[in-house]
Design a protein around this ligand. Structure first.
Ligand code: ZN
Ligand code: ZN
Length: 192
């Protein structure tokens, strides 16, 4: 589907007798990024969700799948992986959501999409999954990505990538715990 793949029309759900509808949507979402990792803007995100009409609004449950990319914090090489995130969120009709109080005491009809706590919202017959997708995937992005769990990183002396083998900069510093033994082994001074 072109345009806004994550914008769901609720007419069929509201008209159906079962009050449950399954949707599988694929598309991209911008703005899912941390300093060292992101879901690339052009990469495909899959949302498999069921929408259920409940008393308070619409319950959206399902699974989000995406691929993340980043820079390994040890070797600075490419790191990537898959995100599979379960989601379960109540969306309330925007007009009926209780208006949260702002710091200034001003009351406004703002919600989660505006960066505040509270439920996600839908308007009329349209429910946009994008804010939920963005928030759910952002929470699962690795903040300190690694290319692999046992990445040895770079040599602190010469910068050689230790994944390619040792570099030859053998660190000559001895384990300090042995120096105490060396002292004991040193010839004792003549006390006389
Ligand atoms: Zn690495
Ligand atoms: Zn080295």
């Amino acid at each position: 589907m072109q345009g806004q793949p994550f914008l769901l029309n609720l007419t069929a759900l509201k008209a159906s007798r079962s009050s449950v509808r399954r949707e599988v949507r694929r598309g991209s979402v911008a703005g899912i990024s941390l300093p060292y990792s992101c879901v690339p803007e052009a990469s495909e995100i899959t949302a498999e969700v069921t929408l259920e009409l409940v008393h308070a609004g619409i319950m959206v449950r399902g699974t989000l799948r995406a691929r993340w990319e980043g820079e390994c914090r040890r070797c600075l090489g490419m790191a990537y992986g898959d995100l599979i995130v379960s989601t379960s969120e109540l969306f309330v009709q925007r007009a009926f959501s209780p208006p949260p109080k702002l710091k200034s005491g001003v009351v406004a009809n703002l919600s989660r999409e505006d960066g505040l706590d509270g439920p996600f919202t839908y308007m009329g017959d349209e429910l946009d999954l994008v804010p939920m997708i963005r928030e759910s995937l952002l929470l699962e992005l690795p903040s300190l990505p690694l290319c692999r769990q046992d990445c040895p990183g770079l040599c602190p002396m010469c910068g050689h990538d230790l994944s390619d083998g040792q570099c030859g900069c053998t660190t000559m510093t001895q384990d300090p715990r042995w120096s105490a033994l060396d002292a004991l082994k040193a010839p004792a001074k003549d006390v006389n």
